[in-house]
Ligand binder design. Structure first.
Ligand code: SAM
Length: 174
């Protein structure tokens, strides 16, 4: 079980990046996407639309506060991984993280509260340079699945691509 928690979403400023995060979560094998900050029905509808067209059933849910949620994950035997450039590089912990059955991956936005660094089980860096939560999440999910998740075929897809070297090949299934 893989879930993603995006912190501190702002409807106006983060609308595209949070949607990209949710779509990356879906495409790279996460089952659930949670976010804190401002509630955003457009974000939820975008992912639902994408699942309708391209398959899958990624759950998207707004939560009021990360604290109780993180505590609950821990109590239910889950492991919490916070992605941050200040952490230990993923390569050094990948083997250990692959053994975990239930992972919650936390990504920040605007300033991440210090307590997140302490509450989470792992602070993991995708390199120690600042870049983007979308890049960090994509690389993390790709590595943790040995690149298998992105090749997965989704159930109930209406659009199915046939990989092609010279153009767009897509079948519409009604
Ligand atoms: N100061 C931030 C940090 O702690 O990584 C960078 C802010 S960045 C705009 C927003 C989010 O992208 C961060 O909270 C983190 O989740 C993710 N991120 C950015 N660079 C990262 C890196 N090198 N490794 C892991 N996560 C990163």
């Amino acid at each position: 079980m893989l879930a993603v928690l995006r912190l501190s979403h702002r409807v106006f400023r983060d609308k595209r990046i949070s949607t990209h995060l949710a779509l990356t979560a879906r495409a790279f094998g996460a089952d659930e996407f949670y976010y804190t900050g401002e509630h955003d029905s457009h974000l939820e509808e975008s992912v639902e639309r994408m699942c309708n067209e391209w398959g899958g059933n990624t759950k998207v849910e707004h939560i009021e506060s990360p604290w109780g949620f993180i505590e609950q994950w821990k109590n239910s035997g889950g492991t919490i991984v916070h992605l941050t450039m200040y952490g230990i590089d993923l390569t050094d912990k990948l083997f250990e993280l692959k053994q975990k059955e239930k992972l919650l991956i936390v990504v920040g936005g605007v300033k991440v509260p210090g307590a997140i660094y302490e509450l989470t089980d792992y602070n993991i860096a995708i390199g120690n340079q600042p870049h983007s939560e979308v890049a960090a999440l994509g690389i993390f999910l790709d590595q943790i699945s040995d690149s298998k998740a992105r090749k997965k075929r989704f159930e109930n897809a209406k659009n199915v691509i046939t990989p092609s070297e010279d153009g767009k090949k897509m079948e519409k299934i009604e």
